[in-house]
Design a binder for this molecule. Structure first.
Ligand code: SAH
Length: 288
C-alpha cells in the first residue's frame, strides 16, 4: 500500500446536526449546507475501510459471473410493443426529455427481471430480483435519470446496481458508467447481463457503495438507488466541485423516504427535496 497524504472523510457532530436539519422531518424543502459541515478533513494514510484505493480491482474483471442466467435476453416485437406502451403512457407523463425517453425505449427491461416476471416487465411497478431486492419502477428510473441531466461524456456513478437496469439506461446517455452493488450474486448477474446485451463497458464493482469509487472520482453525477438514513459524505466528496449532481433517497428503512437532488457548487452543497419515494434499505458491509 502506497503511503501518501490524502483527504479522508469523517462525519463530525456538526455534520450530523446539519444533515438532520437538511434531511429531517422539519418540512424544509430547500437547503444549502456548507461542505465543511459534511466533511472533516484529516491527513492520514488510506483509510482501511475504503474499498477502492490504489489496489482497486480492474473494472470488468470483477465480480465473478454466474454460470446460468434466469433471464430472457432476446428482444422481439411483442416486448418492443409493450415497452413502447409503457414509455408513451407512464414514462412520458413524468419525463419529457427526448434523450431519456429514447433510452427508456432502447433498454429491454424484460432482460433484467427473472423469467417468471417476464409478463410484468413492462408494467410501471417495481419487481423482485431476488435477495430481498427489487428493480425500480420504470417511471421513477426515468425521473431520477432526468434529474441527473447527463450529457454525452459525463462520468456517472450508481450505488445499488441491483438488476443492472438503471445502469443500462445511464449507459444509453453517456459512455462513462460506474456501478457498485453490495450483494455478490446480484453484482455477478448484472455483470453477465451487461456483457450479453452490449453494455460490456459498464464498470462494475462488488463493494459497500457508501465509500463511492474514489479512483474514478470526481463524478459529474451520482445516483443512489437504495435509501440510507443520511447523506454519505464520501459520495459528496466525490462529486465534481462545480456543478456535480446527486440524486438520492434519504430516510428511515422500511417506510417512505425523501428523494433529494443535491448539487455541489464548490464548498456549498445545495439540497432540494423532490418527492416521497420508497426504496430498499441502504445496507452496510458490517450488516451483511
Ligand atoms: N438500480 C437498481 C435498483 C436495485 S435496488 C435497478 O435498476 O435494478 C437497490 C440495490 O442497492 C440492491 O440491489 C441492494 O443490494 C443495493 N445496495 C444496498 N446497499 C448498498 C450499498 N451500501 N452499496 C452498494 N449497493 C447497495
Amino acid at each position: 500500500m502506497q503511503h501518501r497524504k490524502r483527504w479522508a472523510i469523517a462525519v463530525g457532530v456538526a455534520a450530523l446536526a446539519a444533515l438532520a436539519a437538511a434531511c429531517g422531518g422539519d418540512g424544509e424543502d430547500e437547503r444549502t449546507v456548507p461542505l465543511e459541515s459534511l466533511l472533516t478533513p484529516v491527513e492520514t494514510s488510506a483509510p482501511a475501510e475504503t474499498p477502492a484505493g490504489d489496489d482497486a480491482p480492474t473494472p470488468g474483471t470483477f465480480p465473478p459471473t454466474p454460470e446460468t442466467l434466469d433471464r430472457q435476453l432476446d428482444d422481439d416485437a411483442t416486448m418492443r410493443q409493450r415497452r413502447e406502451h409503457l414509455v408513451s403512457t407512464y414514462v412520458a407523463s413524468v419525463v419529457q426529455t427526448g434523450r431519456v425517453l429514447d433510452a427508456m425505449r432502447a433498454v429491454p427491461r424484460h432482460a433484467f427481471v427473472p423469467t417468471r416476471y417476464l409478463d410484468e416487465a413492462y408494467n410501471d411497478h417495481p419487481l423482485p430480483i431476488g435477495y430481498g431486492q427489487t428493480i425500480s419502477q420504470p417511471s421513477l428510473v426515468a425521473m431520477m435519470t432526468d434529474l441527473l441531466a447527463l450529457e454525452d461524456g459525463d462520468r456517472v456513478l450508481e450505488i445499488g446496481t441491483g438488476s443492472g437496469y438503471q445502469a443500462a439506461i445511464l449507459r444509453e446517455l453517456t459512455p462513462e458508467v460506474y456501478t457498485i452493488e453490495i450483494i455478490p450474486e446480484l453484482a455477478g448477474t448484472a455483470r453477465r447481463i451487461f456483457d450479453e446485451l452490449g453494455y460490456a463497458d459498464v464498470h462494475t464493482l462488488r463493494a459497500d457503495g457508501y465509500y463511492g469509487w474514489e479512483v474514478f472520482a470526481p463524478f459529474d453525477a451520482i445516483i443512489v438507488t437504495a435509501a440510507p438514513d443520511h447523506l454519505p459524505s464520501p459520495l459528496v466528496a466525490q462529486l465534481k466541485e462545480e456543478g456535480g449532481r446527486m440524486v438520492i433517497p434519504i430516510g428511515p428503512p422500511g417506510g417512505y423516504q425523501s428523494l433529494w437532488f443535491v448539487q455541489r457548487h464548490g464548498d456549498d452543497i445545495d439540497m432540494s427535496r423532490v418527492l416521497d419515494v420508497m426504496f430498499v434499505p441502504f445496507t452496510r458491509e458490517a450488516d451483511e
